[in-house]
Design a protein around this ligand. Sequence first.
Ligand SMILES: *[C@@H]1O[C@H](CO)[C@@H](O)[C@H](O)[C@H]1NC(C)=O
Ligand SMILES: *[C@@H]1O[C@H](CO)[C@@H](O)[C@H](O)[C@H]1NC(C)=O
Ligand SMILES: *[C@@H]1O[C@H](CO)[C@@H](O)[C@H](O)[C@H]1NC(C)=O
Ligand SMILES: *[C@@H]1O[C@H](CO)[C@@H](O)[C@H](O)[C@H]1NC(C)=O
Ligand SMILES: *[C@@H]1O[C@H](CO)[C@@H](O)[C@H](O)[C@H]1NC(C)=O
Ligand SMILES: *[C@@H]1O[C@H](CO)[C@@H](O)[C@H](O)[C@H]1NC(C)=O
Ligand SMILES: *[C@@H]1O[C@H](CO)[C@@H](O)[C@H](O)[C@H]1NC(C)=O
Ligand SMILES: *[C@@H]1O[C@H](CO)[C@@H](O)[C@H](O)[C@H]1NC(C)=O
Ligand SMILES: *[C@@H]1O[C@H](CO)[C@@H](O)[C@H](O)[C@H]1NC(C)=O
Ligand SMILES: *[C@@H]1O[C@H](CO)[C@@H](O)[C@H](O)[C@H]1NC(C)=O
Ligand SMILES: *[C@@H]1O[C@H](CO)[C@@H](O)[C@H](O)[C@H]1NC(C)=O
Ligand SMILES: *[C@@H]1O[C@H](CO)[C@@H](O)[C@H](O)[C@H]1NC(C)=O
Length: 560
Amino acid sequence: MAGIWKLASVALFAVSITAQNSTYVNPAVPTGTPVAGVYTGSLRPQIHFSPPKGFMNDPNGMFVDANGTWHLYYQLNPTGIVAGNQHWGHATSNDLYHWINQPIALFPPEETVYVFSGSAVVDSNNTSGFFPDQDNGVVAIFTLARYYDDGSAGPQTQNIAYSRDGGYSFEYYDENPVIDSTSSQFRDPKVSWYEDHWVAVIAYSQEFNIGIFTSPDLKDWTFASNFTPHGLLGTQYECPNFVKMPVRDADGAVIDEKYVMAISIQPGAPLGGSITEYFVGDFNGTHFTTSDAVTRLTDFGKDNYAAQYFYGIPDGQNQINMGWASNWQYAQKVPTGNLEGWRSIMTTPRVNYLTEAPRIGLVMIDELYDLTPILDDQLNASIFNGSGTLALDYSSVESGALYLEVNVTNINTTLLTEYSTLNVSFASPASGEILQSGFYFSGDTPFFVNRGGIKGFDNVFFTDKFSTSDVYSTGSGDGLASWSMKAVIDRSIFEVFVDGGIHAGTVLFYPQQPLTALNLAARLHPGARISVNVRSLKSTWAEFENENGTVLGNVTDSRS
Ligand SMILES: *[C@@H]1O[C@H](CO)[C@@H](O)[C@H](O)[C@H]1NC(C)=O
Ligand SMILES: *[C@@H]1O[C@H](CO)[C@@H](O)[C@H](O)[C@H]1NC(C)=O
Ligand SMILES: *[C@@H]1O[C@H](CO)[C@@H](O)[C@H](O)[C@H]1NC(C)=O
Ligand SMILES: *[C@@H]1O[C@H](CO)[C@@H](O)[C@H](O)[C@H]1NC(C)=O
Ligand SMILES: *[C@@H]1O[C@H](CO)[C@@H](O)[C@H](O)[C@H]1NC(C)=O
Ligand SMILES: *[C@@H]1O[C@H](CO)[C@@H](O)[C@H](O)[C@H]1NC(C)=O
Ligand SMILES: *[C@@H]1O[C@H](CO)[C@@H](O)[C@H](O)[C@H]1NC(C)=O
Ligand SMILES: *[C@@H]1O[C@H](CO)[C@@H](O)[C@H](O)[C@H]1NC(C)=O
Ligand SMILES: *[C@@H]1O[C@H](CO)[C@@H](O)[C@H](O)[C@H]1NC(C)=O
Ligand SMILES: *[C@@H]1O[C@H](CO)[C@@H](O)[C@H](O)[C@H]1NC(C)=O
Ligand SMILES: *[C@@H]1O[C@H](CO)[C@@H](O)[C@H](O)[C@H]1NC(C)=O
Ligand SMILES: *[C@@H]1O[C@H](CO)[C@@H](O)[C@H](O)[C@H]1NC(C)=O
């Protein structure tokens, strides 16, 4: 959670204090029933999570329960379209694409003490003692950030709340805070389980340390070590994540496991504003040591920040994360706020593991989580020999959302020239707007995305061209190389996974008219095989709309 919103937030609304289990509830904010939302706007993603109304930032508290229900909480300002007045919004899913909006899960304890970012765990062994007769108790741990009347920041402390109904409603622990502090820059605890104790990583944001704390019971925490300044600093560290991942060989077999420390930096990212870096290493229960001196980034775009990894993935399996698809440089200015009453999207769910990429070594792979539940019609499947073009009018796809897959095989690198390229673009014939992407198979082998041809948002920080360099594999001994890309486009967000997810790019765009025309052009050499598949995606929100086009969420709640 960034500090930049703070001046905007404090005195936005007339207040009347309602004491309810010692939380502060603004009369404009519903309790016990979800915030209703309209998901039909032309910029509203149809297969991504976005909040029903208001301003969203970091994902929080993500866990999967024993029934396979995924819980996503998120920083929510339910009373405005800029950051401030932070609550924890809540949504659940059985497939990570269909999200059911739930009642707000955490309310501020006082009018100007906000519930900042944090995490949640299932305390199946009742280590906390909060759960007399159940194994599905949930404990959330988060930062409470106090602000004074003049808008200045007070202390940030770490606090817990527990849920006896599987994560739908929470009660604050009556001996909070569990980690006290006088610092106004100490936040975003992420908790995981290590053999026989809990581990929390927490950012000392402006000292560039990640504090590692341990606890037997989620209540009593002991400082264990600092992960001292590493990599890019930006001007703050935020939202640390600490997670064990399998290391897989080229055939997908698990050959090792390593810890990943992910740190979001903001502001001051190399591309401007916010970005996430990560470090690979080992952990012994109290200390994290990196395996090398390399700083790696999770995204080559500008719109993937503060990602969190779900708690509850069984040991040894791939991890799964979702990030906040935005950047503090313009998150509070993007046009969805004034046009449609909401701001910010979560990324698609991504499956993560480590593998050795050609030349650059260990990287965290980002694969799209299983799309099967939302795949719709096959719009085109083509195989080109050497070169080809495909033009697809998808104006009849109601969701406006597509999935694209391209495999290029039998590449003879000695036959490549500087003109050997593959381009994919999405355009609006009505407005002439265009979102471009493409790959150069020779030279520095760059992959690029260009949102400069989209005209609905003009902001000096909304920079328009992104690229990465992909050293693709020269294959298995026959001397022929292969390369692939996968992409999802969803009204105002484009996510591309290059070369099996070695590189991921997350790019927002705000068209004046919907994009409805896909163009693909490939030019390699005779014998190179280009296999393309384009599918429409089913709107997940449309399924939950009532007769008036409103998504009410879980209104079956017995507490209301
Ligand atoms: C929360 O507050 C409500 C209203 O005051 C009360 O009915 C309820 O029992 C409280 N819940 C707990 C667990 O204290
Ligand atoms: C799983 O679902 C059952 C039946 O709905 C419910 O009783 C149980 O509490 C759920 N378990 C968890 C972990 O939420
Ligand atoms: C729960 O207890 C079992 C048995 O002692 C132990 O193996 C496991 O690590 C514990 N897990 C958690 C999350 O407490
Ligand atoms: C959970 O812990 C509390 C406090 O120690 C205890 O009273 C309760 O019996 C425990 N429940 C279970 C199921 O172990
Ligand atoms: C973990 O590593 C630290 C730093 O090397 C060391 O001081 C500590 O004793 C180690 N702990 C265990 C349990 O090995
Ligand atoms: C796919 O697109 C190509 C090129 O535009 C076209 O020739 C082909 O008929 C299309 N195939 C399908 C299944 O629509
Ligand atoms: C690649 O092309 C070169 C030049 O035509 C040719 O000599 C070579 O055999 C080709 N390699 C393969 C693996 O086909
Ligand atoms: C792809 O786009 C680039 C940049 O505009 C252009 O130079 C190249 O010729 C295009 N390639 C194809 C196959 O159209
Ligand atoms: C691809 O085209 C080349 C040259 O036109 C031809 O020799 C080759 O047989 C074709 N390959 C396939 C799989 O059709
Ligand atoms: C690309 O290759 C993968 C792995 O072999 C395969 O599962 C997928 O269907 C291919 N996609 C296309 C469009 O050829
Ligand atoms: C839809 O809107 C109409 C007119 O405002 C209202 O009467 C009706 O109750 C609404 N239906 C639902 C399901 O909210
Ligand atoms: C609705 O919320 C209740 C808890 O209040 C929960 O038990 C139930 O599973 C939820 N239903 C859905 C469809 O999310």
